[in-house]
Ligand binder design. Sequence first.
Ligand SMILES: *Cc1c(COP(=O)(O)O)cnc(C)c1O
Length: 386
Amino acid sequence: MLAALQTELDQRKADGLLRQRRLLDSPQAEYIVANDKKFLSFCSNDYLGLANHPALIAAMQQAAGDSGVGSGASNLITGHHRYHDELEKKLAKFVNMPAALLFSTGYMANIGVISALMGRNDAVFADKLNHACLNEGAYLSRAEFHRFAHNDVTALEKLLKASTAKYKLIAADAVFSMDGDIAPIPKYLALCEQYDAYLYIDDAHGFGVLGEHGKGSLSYYNLKSPRIIYMATLGKAAGVAGAFVAGEQVVIDYLIQKANSYVYSTPAPPALSATLSVSVSLIEQGDNLRVHLRHLIATLKQNLKLKKWQLMPSITAVQPLVIGRNQAALALSEYLQKLGILVPAIRPPTVPVNTARLRISLSAAHSEQDVIKLAQALNEAEKVMK
Ligand SMILES: *Cc1c(COP(=O)(O)O)cnc(C)c1O
């Protein structure tokens, strides 16, 4: 087996697909130190620049002082601390849902919730570009699993119409992590009404960024329904770590009993929840951050003068530049690195074959000058790289 593993790794390398970790020696910020060099970074999902915020650092230090550093036991034994409880209530109120439940990561939330709610006689309908962990939740559930073409409401309706499943769940990223575009959630909800289905929305990249005061994609579309189960992560715009699921009280009560990644896992430290409560307040009060972020997105679009490479149609902080071939995307990423700019090249299987891209992610921590510098470097790169 070990020899086979090595062969597969060698093949990945030959295909330009071997992924390597960078060693970070700084907080996530406008400038980071990676592999001992300083870079202007367009790599993080820290869309509001909260990952290194002084108020959050102080909150974590203080909460560690009074609650310690470890949760010590699973939620259903003695691990559920008042800080967790306060954060759940605060998040539910913030996203205008009856109740919320914390998970240690978004990945655990998705696999835990979908596998708990869906079973053998049920069906999950998933956008083809959904995050991998939504698919894994569906596999674990043993429900029928249908995938529809990206954002294709007509294809989805056909599948729903033909389905004889007992319970049906449509699952979609609200903002697609590698494309930056927004799912047609109101149309999905209308289909749920028509075909008696439920809607699972993964708002990892919308929470904190979209909607009134950053309340996320449901606020952006002004949607509310008992058919919606909402998930958002807390390690992206919220700047810390973790995730939560929000929905009807009965859904949350059921998940506390049945979501295995909740029941059989030690919760994140209480100090993280105390920190996140402050983060939610910063998000709510952060309209200026979102105005600045939107200005940066517009600045990037205005300053890019490209002929071959295409920015995808995104209004969010995720601005992918499609290059095509794996090696070409890697070469461009390396070209920028030599100029002290870090933008990750994203390759298959994360994105479809021949759509290798630079995933430019903007943050309120960037200045206008940072974005202009990136745009000029890309304009120049297109001229010199053949
Ligand atoms: C990042 C991400 C997740 C996983 O969340 P983590 O908290 O990082 O585990 C789930 N869904 C989407 C769409 C994501 O982008």
